[in-house]
Design a protein around this ligand. Structure first.
Ligand SMILES: [Zn+2]
Ligand SMILES: [Zn+2]
Ligand SMILES: [Zn+2]
Ligand SMILES: [Zn+2]
Ligand SMILES: [Zn+2]
Ligand SMILES: [Zn+2]
Ligand SMILES: [Zn+2]
Length: 308
């Protein structure tokens, strides 16, 4: 992942969303003003520099959010002179607003080292390019000074892409450790049976299992009834010392099979014996049937019911 690039190759400034982010959420401007602001520019409610000033009938000024707050109370009054406040006698003070927006302030990123000064009006434009302004990292969302973002993205961000040094796959840095511990095929791992083999690549582990001397195996005469289970390295020993036992098992199996074959053969022969008997029965029944049809034909011709 990388920042959107402009055609000139420079990183796109991360813009403040709308004019809104320049404005305080509640009350007046809390910026660091170069000259102390005159009292006429200050809100009678929050005492800060007026944001979207409103003027009351009694001639006092309030931030837009401050007057909204005051009017929300029952029987609202002006805190400066206790005059009653009424919604329809409050007006935007455009002139005062314009004057306030020309007041000079220090950059909001002065604490990070920015030495710039500007009018309130220019704050947004400046912050959109101020190198000391903190913007969220597109990957980890941590706030980073704009000037430090390239280094953060290439060397510090915990979500930056890293290359697994074993399999060369690209992977998010946060996933890298897990990848190496569980799936990386190219990482050398120890044999799970603790055999003396030097480390084996994870991808070759299942192949190694087949001839690992310490792997648990069953005897290849298992299907003939040998119940031996043991280590691979001891299997050859078992095979030679149990050779006669294996032979005995095979002979026993062979005998059982032979007996079974004999049984099946006998059963078949029994069935064949019945066949000639069945054959003559069928011929007999066929003849009876033929005779019956002939009789039926004769009988129906002579029957008075069938004459039309
Ligand atoms: Zn205010
Ligand atoms: Zn007043
Ligand atoms: Zn600045
Ligand atoms: Zn980051
Ligand atoms: Zn890997
Ligand atoms: Zn092994
Ligand atoms: Zn065996």
């Amino acid at each position: 992942m990388s920042l959107p690039r402009r055609v000139d190759g420079r990183e796109q400034p991360i813009a403040l969303h709308q004019q809104q982010s320049l404005l305080p959420l509640r009350g007046g401007f809390q910026d660091n003003f170069i000259m102390p602001p005159e009292p006429k520019y200050c809100c009678e409610h929050c005492r800060m520099v007026l944001c979207n000033p409103r003027q009351t009938e009694c001639g006092h000024r309030f931030c837009e959010s401050c007057i909204t707050q005051l009017l929300g109370k029952p029987n609202p009054v002006c805190p400066a002179d206790m005059e009653p406040l009424s919604q329809d006698k409050i007006f935007r003070d455009v002139c005062c607003h314009k004057e306030i927006m020309t007041l000079k302030v220090f950059c909001r990123s002065a604490k990070n080292g920015c030495k710039e000064q500007m009018s309130l009006q220019q704050v947004t434009d400046h912050l959109n390019m101020c190198e000391y302004f903190e913007v969220p990292c597109p990957l980890c969302k941590e706030k980073i000074m704009r000037k430090d973002m390239p280094e953060h993205l290439s060397r510090k961000c915990k979500y930056r892409e890293a290359t697994c040094e074993f399999c060369k796959h690209k992977i998010a840095l946060t996933e890298l450790q897990k990848h190496k511990e569980t799936v990386c095929p190219a990482i050398p791992v120890a044999c799970p049976n603790h055999c003396s083999a030097p480390s084996i690549l994870r991808s070759e582990l299942s192949m190694h299992q087949q001839d690992c001397p310490k792997a648990q195996v069953t005897c290849s005469f298992f299907r003939f009834g040998c119940t031996y289970k043991g280590l691979n390295q001891e299997l050859r020993e078992h095979e030679s010392s149990f050779a006669s036992e294996h032979l005995r098992l095979m002979v026993a199996r062979s005998n059982t099979l032979e007996a079974k074959v004999e049984d099946v053969k006998n059963e078949l022969l029994e069935r064949y014996k019945v066949l000639p008997g069945l054959n003559s029965r069928i011929t007999e029944v066929e003849e009876q049937y033929k005779e019956m049809r002939e009789n039926t034909g004769r009988w129906s011709k002579n029957s008075p019911l069938c004459r039309s």
